[in-house]
Design a protein around this ligand. Structure first.
Ligand SMILES: Nc1nc2c(ncn2[C@@H]2O[C@H](COP(=O)(O)OP(=O)(O)OP(=O)(O)O)[C@@H](O)[C@H]2O)c(=O)[nH]1
Ligand SMILES: [Mg+2]
Length: 190
């Protein structure tokens, strides 16, 4: 951000721009969730598996978000780490109905938490226990314990049950993330 931009931000005339990376296994609902955050007239009913990544923009609580919607397919997962250094927050989406692959999600989470660009930073992580509408889905508590979220150190985290098709739980999660990012930016200034 240039000096002029910083001044305009300071005056409260411009929203602070932040980056978030949206990760999680393929088919967990990342793109569907981001689609819900678009203005109604821009939403699509035709979401296909992401190739590589897409970017989406949305606003919340005075922040202007650039969200990197990453593909969760195994061949594209190595791309995720390229975005870690510049991200202000992480959205990790889990398909709560995909019990057989929750261990794969846990392994990807471990790789994230131990990555050199993430390990030592107090970077907020928002988990969506998505597809809560499906029968036999794990609850947010079930997803949290399957992923051992209680063992996360040095980071603020929060988990929300969501239904990305209807948007249930999505706004609540994004509001938490906005507040957590603002708090971590304030902390970094001190
Ligand atoms: N029932 C239900 N289906 C969902 C929900 N969220 C997403 N889906 C469906 O899950 C499928 C995958 O959704 P995507 O948003 O493409 O998943 P993704 O995580 O972006 O997948 P990749 O781009 O391949 O990594 C689609 O058929 C969605 O309609 C949900 O909350 N409930
Ligand atoms: Mg996608």
């Amino acid at each position: 951000m240039g000096l002029l931009d910083s001044f305009i931000c300071w005056l409260g005339l411009k929203r602070k721009e932040v980056n978030v990376i949206v990760i999680g296994l393929d088919n967990s609902g990342k793109s569907t969730l981001l689609n819900y955050l678009r203005p109604v007239e821009a939403q699509t009913h035709d979401i296909v598996p992401t190739v590589g990544f897409n970017t989406e923009n949305f606003r919340c609580k005075g922040l202007s978000f650039s969200a990197f919607d990453m593909s969760g397919q195994s061949r594209y997962r190595p791309l995720w780490e390229n975005y870690y250094r510049k991200t202000h927050g992480i959205i990790f989406v889990v398909d709560s109905s995909d019990r057989p692959r929750i261990v794969v999600a846990k392994d990807e989470l471990y790789q994230l938490l131990t990555h050199q660009d993430i390990r030592t930073r107090n970077i907020p992580i928002l988990f969506f226990a998505n597809k809560m509408d499906l029968r036999d889905s794990l609850s947010d508590v079930g997803v949290s314990s399957s992923l051992s979220l209680d063992e996360i150190e040095n980071k603020s985290w929060h988990i929300c049950s969501s239904n990305a098709l209807t948007g249930d739980g999505v706004q609540e999660g994004i509001e938490w993330l906005s507040s957590a990012i603002k708090a971590s930016l304030e902390q970094a200034k001190r």
